[in-house]
Design a protein. Structure first.
Length: 689
């Protein structure tokens, strides 16, 4: 897909009228984007008074700067009501969406900007080099590098721009870091640059000079055993990305349902006709590399897991992936490019700079690319930031991060050779609302939506004994924080599985359970969190839960927080709970603020548990209130309390009906085999560029 394909065009009179109607959407982000992609002027303010005092002032001004179609160019920071950096970011994003080829000098003038400014500069740079030529860009880069101190972080950014586009603005001797005093990020950028340019490796220090495992790998990159041999077997060689958290540690840190989904999907794809092999690409920080230095492991026959080293203790959080974009691209190109046969397809998910890094790698490797678009973070962005104010730094930062992710999603859509969506009720119509440029696909219906799916449960050889053992461990000792009292075994139980994170809202679930008096008649079990080294988010969530429980000391013996378990153990426990007598029922409860899909909910339904999930997000596309489960308002504790009270009053027959309908739904619609077959057809239709 080219820039021209998605650039706003001059609308005809009738098209202009239709677009104008679309701009009346109550969601300000949707209105601004609808207008922009239809070439219609848009303003979020109705009069001068609103421009000064509107409660959504900060959001409105940023949207106007980025999407407002104005009759003349507005100088950065002049008349927009925002700072110069915000104005520059907005102007560069507009240039990217319009396909405007800015000069190298016009981009490099922003070299000392903040993270969002540098991120969009990085995205625009390759197109600038293509339009204005390597020689012009190389000269501009050299002039800028010569006047920039070697120790300045900007030097590393500039060397990354050179490496990413095959430029050589500095000689090997000029690029070699002066010594250990060099900024770590600058030093690593220089080493990546020296690896590529002729004669550069002679100026690299010996691997023995490395200060840690990451630097040793960077100085002497390995060539891991990865991928099938040339021509064996026939079919597409596909890479799929899972760049947040670990693949085999769902529920820990950033790793959640996506890890379960892609693990099962990769295993199934590898057995599907038309697929030669699957590479699931993950990230590995210092702790991961120290624990296991192998960069590639064959998880199952034909399914490899490839770890891209990242210079962080663990996998980077989404808000920090822009710091690692060029390094991730470098590692992906080097490791995937060393396979016996070339990569055919790169399938990326999630709108962040790590996904852009893998899209960059696909382009450099000559592979076709696919992007799974979702309404995240678009859905509810305007509502979440309705009262955002520059005077609240965390809120202002969060707003800018989400607007950056919207831009990243646009770039991934534009650069992909094909786009698919998360299936929803009625297809992907909702997706078109957030991505107006996708309306050009399938006659306005938007992209295709291969079904998501869960892997079948694989019973162990001694399966008969294991469920009993799982229940015995759960009811071992109520004095332990990860177990319940045996005498409470017959009480109704609420189960929730997921990583400990603010968006999962386990603390709100505990609060609702306590304040409705649920602890008097039921037990609550949470599963999630790292068993050994907790992240900051996990520690904070545990602290919140402990604070709540301290107010109700009598409830602690009926509450258990288990660390994250292997997926097979979670699903075995769910089956054991579903098989209990009707007088001691179990509900699966998802208290998340939103779930784009909800793998854990589907797994619970497949096990035979009735489920309750959030109204916000994608769960409503398969969990239908009063038919195969219930939906709850999870926007705050009040809605969750209403939901728990409702659960407590649902009778046995109704609960059994929900459980049966849920299990049948998963069997009919959410098979990982069906998902693999439909994705294989999508991959087969793609040709290497």
């Amino acid at each position: 897909m080219t820039a021209a394909a998605f650039a706003p065009t001059r609308a005809t009179e009738s098209e202009g009228r239709r677009a104008a109607v679309g701009t009346q959407d109550r969601d300000l982000l949707v209105a601004a984007r609808t207008a922009f992609f239809n070439g219609v002027r848009w303003s979020g303010h109705t009069d001068e008074r609103d421009a000064v005092g509107h409660p959504q002032a900060d959001l409105v001004r940023l949207l106007e700067a980025e999407y407002g179609v104005r009759p003349r160019a507005v100088p950065p920071g002049d008349g927009l009501g925002i700072g110069r950096e915000d104005a520059a970011v907005a102007a560069l994003r507009r240039a990217a969406r319009l396909g405007v080829p800015l000069t190298p000098e016009a981009l490099l003038v922003h070299r000392d900007g903040g993270p969002w400014l540098w991120a969009v500069l990085t995205e625009l740079w390759p197109e600038t080099v293509r339009w204005h030529g390597h020689r012009h860009a190389e000269e501009a880069l050299r002039a800028t590098l010569i006047e920039t101190p070697e120790s300045a972080p900007t030097t590393g950014h500039l060397l990354d721009l050179a490496e990413a586009t095959g430029l050589a603005p500095l000689t090997p001797a000029e690029a070699a870091p002066a010594g250990r005093s060099t900024d770590r990020a600058v030093r690593h950028a220089a080493w990546r640059y020296l690896h590529r340019i002729p004669g550069g490796t002679a100026h690299l220090p010996a691997p023995s000079a490395a200060s840690d495992t990451y630097e040793r790998l960077l100085l002497d990159p390995p060539t891991p055993l990865l991928g099938p041999r040339e021509g064996e077997p026939e079919g597409r060689l596909v890479a799929q990305t899972m760049l947040l958290g670990g693949l085999d540690t769902p529920g820990q840190g950033l790793s959640g349902g996506m890890a379960v989904l892609l693990g099962g999907l990769g295993d199934t794809l590898a057995e599907t006709e038309g697929i030669a092999g699957v590479i699931t690409v993950v990230t590995a920080g210092h702790e991961d590399l120290a624990a296991d230095g192998r960069l590639a492991v064959e998880r199952r026959t034909g399914h490899w897991v490839l770890k891209l080293p990242v210079d962080t203790p663990r996998s980077p959080v989404p808000a920090q992936t822009h710091r690692h974009r060029t390094a991730l691209t470098w590692w992906a190109v080097r490791l995937l490019g060393s396979m016996p046969r070339p990569l055919d397809v790169m399938h990326v998910r999630y709108a962040d700079d790590a996904s852009l890094a893998l899209a960059d790698a696909a382009e450099r490797l000559g592979a076709a690319s696919m992007f799974t678009a979702t309404p995240d973070p678009h859905r509810g962005l305007a509502e979440r930031h309705a009262g955002s104010d520059q005077g609240d730094p965390p809120a202002a930062q969060a707003l800018r991060h989400e607007l950056h992710r919207v831009f990243v999603a646009d770039r991934l859509v534009e650069r992909a050779h094909t786009v698919v969506g998360i299936p929803g009720r009625g297809g992907t119509g909702e997706l078109v609302r957030y991505f107006p440029h996708l309306a050009r696909l399938a006659g306005g219906k938007g992209p295709s939506a291969p079904p998501e799916g869960i892997a079948p449960y694989r019973a162990a050889p001694d399966e008969h004994d294991r469920p009993r053992a799982a229940l015995a461990a759960l009811y071992d000792d109520g004095a332990r924080p990860d177990a319940l009292d045996a005498e409470d075994r017959d009480l109704p139980l609420l189960l929730s599985v997921g990583r400990l994170h603010p968006v999962k809202q386990q603390d709100l679930l505990v609060r609702a359970w306590l304040e409705t008096g649920g602890y008097r008649t039921s037990t609550l079990v949470l599963i999630g969190g790292s068993p050994h080294t907790a992240t900051e988010a996990e520690t904070d969530m545990r602290r919140r839960i402990d604070t709540l429980l301290a107010r109700f000391p009598q409830a602690s013996r009926r509450f258990a927080l288990l660390p994250a378990l292997p997926n097979v153990d979670v699903r075995r426990l769910q089956r054991a709970l579903a098989a209990r007598p009707q007088e001691s029922p179990c509900w699966y409860v998802c208290p998340s603020a939103k779930e784009e899909f909800g793998i854990a909910i589907l797994e619970a339904m497949e096990a035979g548990l009735p489920a309750a999930g959030p109204r916000n997000g994608g769960v409503i596309h398969y969990l239908h209130d009063g038919m195969n489960g219930i939906l709850m308002d999870t926007s705050g504790p009040t809605g969750l309390m209403r939901g728990l009270r409702r659960l407590a009053h649902i009778g046995d027959d109704e609960r059994r009906r929900y459980a049966t309908a849920g299990r049948n739904l998963v069997a009919e619609r959410f098979s990982v085999t069906r998902m693999a077959n439909e994705l294989t057809a999508e991959y087969a239709a793609l040709q290497r560029p």
